[in-house]
Design a protein. Structure first.
Length: 235
């Protein structure tokens, strides 16, 4: 079986004009992850990431620490592991959600300052999107997104063979999709997982060519060992 490590990108720049770049804390999280893999003897036969800057930067920093004394595998971009367009989904559905529930207006107003407001907005918008009740021009459906992620997983695992250890630096949505594939979760449960997946976390799976099986989910043992609570982030 292939051993698949799905790694969520480290902390991005949540409150800035460009979310798609690592924060200084995100860089440190990536360094700690690379050091941790080195300390426990984890090396990879192949490394992939989505095409987003925050995903690729996490990979480059982590691999730089892991392979500081040797040659790292070539980092290959796999667009199947890009995140869905949450910004576009939320922005498009905002008027509909506010019309149906006037309290959503306050949640949207406090989106970047209140964790509960973010949770309320995110879950409402993503569940509506995942339900297939609305079509957003230029945005893939949840069903299409899951199929894209599944295609990426099958492709990278089949290419490397059944005894390979593969790292994929991606985002929370792709990890949620993988969890649904592995465990048969409902769309609602899968979507709700997105806000629980921590930055620079590691989820591991086994892939036998057909079936994806979960081994571990959302581990940040490498960050917890540092005994600094500020290293544990979600955005």
């Amino acid at each position: 079986m292939s051993e698949l490590y799905l790694i969520r990108h480290a902390q991005a720049s949540f409150k800035s004009s460009n979310y798609d770049r690592l924060s200084e804390l995100g860089i440190r999280q990536s360094e700690i992850l690379g050091d941790y893999f080195s300390q426990i003897g984890i090396l990879f036969d192949a490394v992939h990431s989505g095409s987003m800057d925050r995903q690729r930067a996490t990979a480059f920093v982590c691999l730089g620490r892991l392979y500081s004394a040797g040659e790292a595998p070539v980092l290959r971009t796999a667009r199947e592991f890009d995140e869905y367009n949450a910004h576009r989904i939320i922005g498009t559905l905002a008027p509909v959600l506010e019309e149906e529930d006037p309290s959503m207006a306050d949640a949207f107003a406090n989106l970047f300052t209140d964790g509960q407001a973010l949770k309320k907005v995110f879950e409402a918008a993503m569940l509506r999107w995942a339900s297939g009740q609305v079509e957003i021009p230029g945005v893939e459906t949840w069903t299409e997104f899951k199929a894209r992620v599944r295609c990426g997983i099958d492709r990278v695992c089949s290419k490397q063979g059944r005894k390979a250890r593969i790292a994929v630096f991606t985002s929370g949505g792709a990890i949620c999709a993988a969890m649904q594939i592995a465990l048969g979760l409902s769309d609602e449960v899968s979507i709700s997982l997105a806000l629980q997946i921590r930055n620079a976390s590691v989820s591991t799976f086994r892939h036998d060519g057909e079936t994806l099986r979960l081994e571990s989910f959302n581990s940040v043992a490498h960050l917890e060992l540092m005994k600094e609570q500020t290293l544990i982030t979600y955005r």
